[in-house]
Ligand binder design. Structure first.
Ligand SMILES: Cc1ncc(COP(=O)(O)O)c(C=O)c1O
Length: 470
């Protein structure tokens, strides 16, 4: 008799299994739909997954932003909201959490990351100045451009190659940065805009050695080094795993050391920090802080709430603490890796090494017959939704937008469909269902024809653009 011997996931990989460091106390039912319902929903949404109603979505991998499950402690913290207009105790708790874990002195809360990006861009950029960064992020670059800045990508070349296995593909190319400073003069550089991890490159990390070298370079030219710390904790995990001398250090220690090489940071707390809404700015320079604190009251709210309720700030303070725990980060990145390894074994092309928050499918490699002008990554996201109700998002030519000078599409080298894993939300069984759906869509890849854009908004077009099949 042919007897099947079942194996746990750990056993299949020849190791002991690991599990999430929490158990589930409350559940939210998921809705499944028929193929006919999904076809209608997709047409109604103009083939843009951002325009789907979430009730029509089965497993939602649109984003890891604001989609985390909060802990019982965070929910308890919500009940401790001090909803005073000024000087809420929750602000001081948040201030302490940021000072302790990120190490900056002066804190400004904002309603989310782009609120912080707006304030720092308006404050730290003079019209016509250059802003070098390790690949762009959509909202970050737009705020820099709206403030009159000229963004310049100075990430290492390896970041633009989806199959290059460089362990720190988020690193800044110091030679590219030096060349820009030489050409334009240090006075014409507003600041260096460093992101951890690099979302658009596939969630790729920056090494500690790179940020140290950047610090020295910036000091030499008297240029500020500002950090987008949105996924710093995930970046710290990769440093712990890959960089010599860091295996014995905790995520909290590595995060704090990394920030110590920078002059300030902003963050969308909707990612690492495990909240549904919130963001912040933090700097060490009092003069810069004074300007930020002054501007926040114009656009966000008083400097002790910045567009947030007291309860939101409390949940964020507790979330920051929880996000720094090694076991949490291990299980979060471990889940992303589990899904990635299945897909890799099945030959599905993706950005490698796999980053911390998502799997980025290489849509160009999936659909070589679809030219970039027919939006391969948008097409793949639409096909995945049709197959199973799983919602992913485009990170390719649609997200890249247009060149403000020429009006042409930016044609990024990376044409990716992002499967973003929310933190503490889905189980290993969900990962299996996702993997099988991606495989089914990949197996049918020959039939894809692409899309045409029939409506294009002026700003951040990927959110609201509409498409029709070719
Ligand atoms: C790296 C990075 N920076 C900034 C932001 C903007 O933050 P928010 O969505 O909270 O405005 C995001 C959001 O996706 C991000 O991924």
């Amino acid at each position: 008799m042919n007897e099947i011997v079942h194996k746990t996931m750990g056993q299949q990989s020849g190791r002991r299994s690991w599990a999430e460091p929490w158990k589930i106390k409350m559940v939210e039912p998921l809705r499944t739909t028929s193929r006919a319902e999904r076809e209608k929903a997709l047409v109604d949404a103009g083939h843009n997954t951002f325009l789907l109603h979430s009730d029509d979505v089965y497993i939602d991998l649109l984003t890891d932003s604001g989609t985390s499950a909060m802990s019982d402690r965070q929910w308890a913290g919500m009940m401790l909201g001090d909803e005073a207009y000024a000087g809420s105790r929750n602000f001081y708790h948040l201030e302490q959490a940021i000072q302790k874990h990120y190490g900056y002195e002066y804190i400004v809360p904002t309603h989310q990351g782009r609120g912080a990006e707006h304030l720092i861009s308006q404050t730290a950029i003079r019209k016509g100045q250059y802003v070098p960064g390790n690949m762009y992020f959509t909202t970050t670059r737009l705020h820099q451009e709206l403030a009159g800045g000229i963004f310049v990508d100075v990430i290492i070349d390896e970041a633009h190659d989806p199959s290059n296995l460089h362990p720190f593909k988020g690193n800044v190319d110091l030679a590219k940065l030096e060349a820009l400073i030489r050409q334009q003069g240090a006075a014409n550089i507003a600041y260096v805009s460093l992101a951890t991890t690099v979302n658009m490159a596939g969630g790729q990390p920056v090494s500690m050695a790179n940020v140290k070298a950047l610090r020295e370079l910036c000091d030499r030219h008297k240029i500020r080094l500002l950090l987008d710390a949105t996924r710093l904790v995930e970046n710290a995990y990769f440093i712990q795993e890959r960089e010599a001398g860091y295996a014995g250090k905790s995520i909290a220690e590595i995060s704090r050391e990394f920030c110590g090489h920078t002059d300030g940071a902003w963050s969308s707390a909707k990612k690492d920090s495990l909240v549904n809404i919130g963001g912040w700015l933090a700097v060490n320079d009092w003069t810069l802080f004074e300007e930020l604190r002054n501007l926040v009251v114009v656009y966000e709210g008083l400097h002790t709430y910045g567009g947030l309720a007291g309860r939101d700030m409390e949940a964020m303070a507790i979330g920051i603490e929880e996000s720094m725990q090694d076991q949490h980060v291990h299980s979060r990145i471990g889940q992303v890796r589990y899904l990635a390894e299945l897909l890799q074994d099945w030959g599905i092309p993706m950005v490698l090494p796999v980053g911390g928050h998502a799997i980025f499918l290489d849509a160009r490699a999936c659909y070589p017959q679809v030219p970039q002008s027919a939006f391969p990554a948008q097409t793949l996201a639409a096909e995945l939704y049709l197959d199973s109700g799983i919602r992913s998002m485009e990170r390719g030519v649609v997200s890249a937008g247009r060149d403000p000078a020429t009006g042409d599409h930016h044609y990024p080298k990376l044409e990716l469909t992002r499967l973003t894993i929310p933190r503490r939300v889905y189980t290993q069984a969900h990962m299996d269902v996702i993997a099988e759906s991606v495989k089914a869509v990949y197996d049918a890849r020959g039939a894809a024809r692409g899309l045409k854009m029939v409506y294009e908004p002026k700003y951040l077009r990927f959110f609201q653009a509409r498409f029709e099949p070719l």
